[in-house]
Design a protein around this ligand. Sequence first.
Ligand SMILES: Cc1cc2nc3c(=O)[nH]c(=O)nc-3n(C[C@H](O)[C@H](O)[C@H](O)COP(=O)(O)OP(=O)(O)OC[C@H]3O[C@@H](n4cnc5c(N)ncnc54)[C@H](O)[C@@H]3O)c2cc1C
Length: 425
Amino acid sequence: MAWDFSTEPEFQTQLDWVADFCANEIEPLDLVFPGAAWSRNPKAKALADPLKQQVKDRGLWALFLDSDLGGPGFGQLKLALLNEILGRYRSAPVMFGTAAPDTGNMEMLAAYGTPEQKERWLTPLLNQEIFSAYSMTEPQGGSDPNLFKTHAVRDGDEWVISGEKWFTSAGERADIIFVMCTNGMYVVPRETPGVEIMDYPRLHNHIRYNNVRVPADHLLGPEDGAKVLAQRRLGGGRIHHAMRTVAQVRLAFDMMCERALSRESHGKVIAEHQMVQEAIADSYAEINMLRLMVLWTAWTIDNSSTRESRTQIAACKYTMGKVLREVSYRALHIMGSLGTTNLTPLQAMYAGAPTMAIADGVDEVHKATVARNVLKGYQPHEGLWPTEYIPAKREQARKKYESLIQADPDLAAWADAAVRHAERG
Ligand SMILES: Cc1cc2nc3c(=O)[nH]c(=O)nc-3n(C[C@H](O)[C@H](O)[C@H](O)COP(=O)(O)OP(=O)(O)OC[C@H]3O[C@@H](n4cnc5c(N)ncnc54)[C@H](O)[C@@H]3O)c2cc1C
């Protein structure tokens, strides 16, 4: 009997430590020194680095990398359980070496990099000595990679990259940018002449690559392999986002329940009003549906591959945005006027829901993927009637009993009456 929803006691001890560490070390640091976890300011680093060291000493650094890629090899299921805690705290993913967009870029490097590329970029990324960004989306359209135009041309020992990218998260802070070209994935140091970062948007940068020259060995993976590398990167990234979203909706739920028990209206505690109970009950069910789907997907990845789990990953992708939208809205609403301010995490959480439905591919594209893949397991029915058309099935089933019915008129009469009764409903 292999079905089991329990966590190994040894790993549970680690999770308990993580929960305690996040609540007592990471959150206070984040509240008093927001952004210290990724700051290059020496004083901020002096506060954050010892905490990162504690995570490393505990063997919990960069858990997202499997052992065949040089990581600790805990697998996606354990990572999901960890991310259910980390996702509650803004800087926890950085403190544990599992923050996007670096994680996806490191996965690509680990899987496709040459030993020299790994030494040059993967090791410092893992140690957070450098940070990275990922340039794929272009201004003329992000959902369809066939519309992308950014291209690299070989010139002697160099590649010359020309094109325009849009919404490269943390591009202006990155040391290196992974640039998806129509003919390959290239690593471009941000300081390279020709990399032009526009003034807007601020966090997710619009970047022009004006004849940017990089050495030949800055091509990652095979020439023309960009789509394969991108899928590998984005598949992992999506499920990691979903794991952290579970943490977010649980936080919203905790806030909703606490508030519902804390205030009164029209003669009773808010939690006793049925419509509030409905909000709590629906949220409880939706959060658990999302959580189980994410854990099942993580387990499937561990037992097959990211590629073979892509239908499940796509389903997690569009479900997380929906659950985040519904649960954070209900929590915000039950919080009343306070919920509409930025004095609790709810306003930002609710505002983040549309983003979830767009980043890493719009929901519609993922829904189409799921439907397409699921439909591969079905065939059209033959003839006029669907397979489950009861009169046809009954006629077929009767053949199995024909000799019995022929031999026993009483049984035949009883069967006819029973069918008439069943058809009347
Ligand atoms: C917070 C955030 C961070 C991001 N970070 C990065 C990053 O680091 N690097 C990067 O390269 N990109 C990044 N992106 C960009 C993201 O990948 C794109 O926004 C996304 O792929 C959609 O592209 P688009 O914005 O051009 O929208 P479009 O492709 O123009 O789509 C707009 C709308 O059209 C409809 N639509 C499009 N295609 C279909 C379809 N096939 N079927 C049905 N309807 C469809 C949908 O309603 C969709 O929402 C980020 C986006 C966000 C929001």
